[in-house]
Structures are given as structure tokens and as C-alpha cells.
Write a protein that binds this ligand. Sequence first.
Ligand code: GLN
Length: 483
Amino acid sequence: MINASLKELAAALAAKQVSSLELATLFLERIAQFNPALNAFITVDGEKSLAMAREADARIARGEGGPLTGIPIAHKDIFCAEGWLTTCGSKMLSNFVSPYDATVIERFKAAGTVTLGKTNMDEFAMGSSNETSFYGPVKNPWDPAVVPGGSSGGSAAAVSARLTPAATGTDTGGSIRQPAALCGLTGLKPTYGVVSRYGMIAFASSLDQAGPMAKSAEDCALMLNAMAGFDARDSTSLEREAEDYTRDLGQPLAGLRVGLPKEFFAEGLSADVAQAVEAAIAEYRRLGAVTVDVSLPNMNLSVPAYYVIAPAEASSNLSRFDGVRYGWRAPQYGDLADMYCKSRAQGFGAEVKRRILIGTYVLSHGYYDAYYLQAQRIRRLIARDFVEAFRQCDLIMGPTSPTVAFALGDKAGDPVQMYLSDIYTIAVNLAGLPGMSIPCGFGNQGRPVGLQIIGNYFGEARMLNAAHQYQLATDWHRRAPTR
Ligand code: GLN
């Protein structure tokens, strides 16, 4: 059961081979057994989970179950969930029980899934290693001495260790794809605007997107079916007709044009990752795809532009955390200004403070034109590079991360090295495009390698098709850390 696909779980539930209550119990037991070493969950509340499972069983018994009804999943602790502690990995929200559901949570509830708990993450989703969490680092199930990636590292570790069949994540600069790569999972960041951001605690609003993290492309497609859709409560949510993301999974790949940007295979890519990614591309050729050399000439500007735009938006978004209405308030303070200062000084960790300082600086009078506007211009150039590239290809492929998972503590003292972990993922967020990572082998010390697949706008079904066909031909996605 712990390795079953979502489709297999749904079939077992429909055939009454297993109940939702039994499934929830099984995964809660695994969490109790393995989570203390992994630290993948911030909150687990068995009673709540079991109550949801009983409801799902009743719904299935009435014949009203859907494709995900009764299936347990975990949610990144960035999603507000009614009655659940919702911390965003921060001391600032360490006492915040959400009074409402994010749209993503609401949709999964409507689908009848069972919430297993809230997963650990980098504080306010700022990080690539899950070491900035107030709740401590998450360990990679493949090797407890290395990081799971971030910021959705808790979700990645939880799925990888089979503590949950699937999980939600969010991706502002790579936070679904990079941890998926480092933990040997399939993860998808949708086109900006496809999944509602309502109730998802904001980091950089023009970049943030929620998406699924699971064991396979097919599972991601089923998850995305539940997550995607217009929401009037998010002003950037796109009004489009609903799609069935599983519809093209079975299409053959003959004639698929795969673009290989030369910038993805240049200096900085470690040899073990390059080897696995090249082998995956060879497999795509065997499956009938043709490869085309393309170029994204402004790719090298994506990390610098991101580290102006994302902190700028974060400094604005995080100004709401002032200790007044909710969240951490300093126990002792003088006047109101002192209360703000002390509450924020105590409530935020070092990385969050660094981003607020950078963001406030680049938005300040006299620097706005030099940094923020300039970064926005670069953002436009990067988006244009992709438009050009997609004239010659249907999908773009390359590595997700320049290296396999690194040791805990390795990059924690060097922000710039940490920021470069997202060198291949960030441009996709700046352009608002959809991207995925799928397991494609193992690199140094047997650590997983991810292949990144980038689609054109609304190309989710096409990416999922390419990922699924590869997963029919290979078994990398079935490998799990032995337990
Ligand atoms: N690692 C990047 C950052 O720290 C991206 C994080 C994310 O996608 N949430 O900002």
C-alpha cells in the first residue's frame, strides 16, 4: 500500500479492499515511526485525520466518491487550514491557528482527501535546503546527513519516505521542483495563475504557485485536477475552462520537439547530474522525440533579477506581521514602535530578515529605478527568451538542480551558493511558465537526480504526457529509499 499509486489507492478504496480509515491509520503509524528522525511534519493531528477518513468512507459507501476520495495527503505548512496550526515554518506564526481554509485546502476537502498533517518548510518558503525552518531542518530520506532541498522539503521528504502518498508544495523560484529532484520525486509547478493563491501565505506574489509533489506524473495529474481552477478571491487567478490533466498521458511521443538550452549544460553543472540528464534525453529520443538546440541568452541574469524582485515583494508581504492581530508578539516592550520592532526581531529568522532588508532597500527612493525597475526589465527579457525558444520546440528539458543533494550545513553559511541551487528553475517562475521535475537516475553517492521539463504557457498536459511516457519506459520513479 505504501508504494501504491493514487489510482491504485482509489481502486482499492472503491473495491472495499481497504478503507480510508485503514489508510489514514497506516500512514499515521509510519509518521509516528519515521518522522522523529526526518522532521518532515510540523503538525500531525491524528484525531482530525481519522475524522476526515471516516467521512470519506461514508461518502464512498454512498457511492459519491471521486478519484481522490479517501486518499490521505499532506499539505505544506504555507496553506491556511481551518483549525490547524499554520506556521509557514516561522516563529512568527508559531501560535497561529487558521480560522479559514486556503482554496487549495478547500478543493482537496471537496475532493474528499484526508489531511495527514502540515509539512515542514523553509521559513516563509525562503530557502533551498529546508534549513531555515524555525522547526529545525528536514532530513533527506535517502541519506539523513543531506538536505531534502527546499523550500517544500518537508513535503518532499514525507512522500519520499512513504509517510504520505502525495503532498502539496509551492514554488516561487524552484521550491517544488528542486526538492522533488533531491528526493527522487515527481513535482509540478503550474503556469502562474492556474492554481489559486488564496490562503497560501504570500512570499513573492507575482512568482508563487502551488502544485503537487508525488511519486509519478500520473499522480501529479490527478492532484492537479483537484487543485486547478478559477477563484474570484485571487485577483491573479485565471478564468479558464477546467482541464483534465490526465487526458494526454497515453499519447505517444513520436515527433515531440524537445529543446535543449545550451545554457543548461554549461559550466556549473556537476558531471554526475549531467550524465543522468543526458541519459534521460537519450531515452526521449528512443521514445520518438527529436531534440533541438535552443538558447536562453538571459538565463544567467535570472538569479540576480529574482533576488531583487522576490525580496521586494516579500518585504511588502511580510509587513503585515506586526504582532498586533495575530502571530508572535514580544512578551516585553515599551511603546508601540518598540512592540513592532521586538516582535519582528524575535519572530523572524536570519534569512527572512536578510530578504526584508534587501527588499526594502531595492524599493527605496533613489534605488528603485536602479534595481527594481532594472530587474523587471530583465524579467521581460527572460520571458521573451522562452517565447523565442518555444517557436522551435514543444518542451524544454535540462537538469532541475546543478548538483545532487548536499550535506546539511554545507551551504547554510553562504547565501549566494544557496541561491545558485535554483539556477535552472528560477527563470521559469520569472516567465510564469509551467515546469516539472521527474526522477531520472542517481548521481554521486547514490543520490537522486531530477530531469526538468518546462512547458509553454498552459502546457501542463503536454509536460505530464512526456513525463508519464518516460515513466512507462523507466523505473527511476519507483525507487524509494529502503526502510
Ligand atoms: N530557493 C528560492 C528562495 O529561497 C526559491 C524558494 C521558493 O521557491 N519558495 O527564494
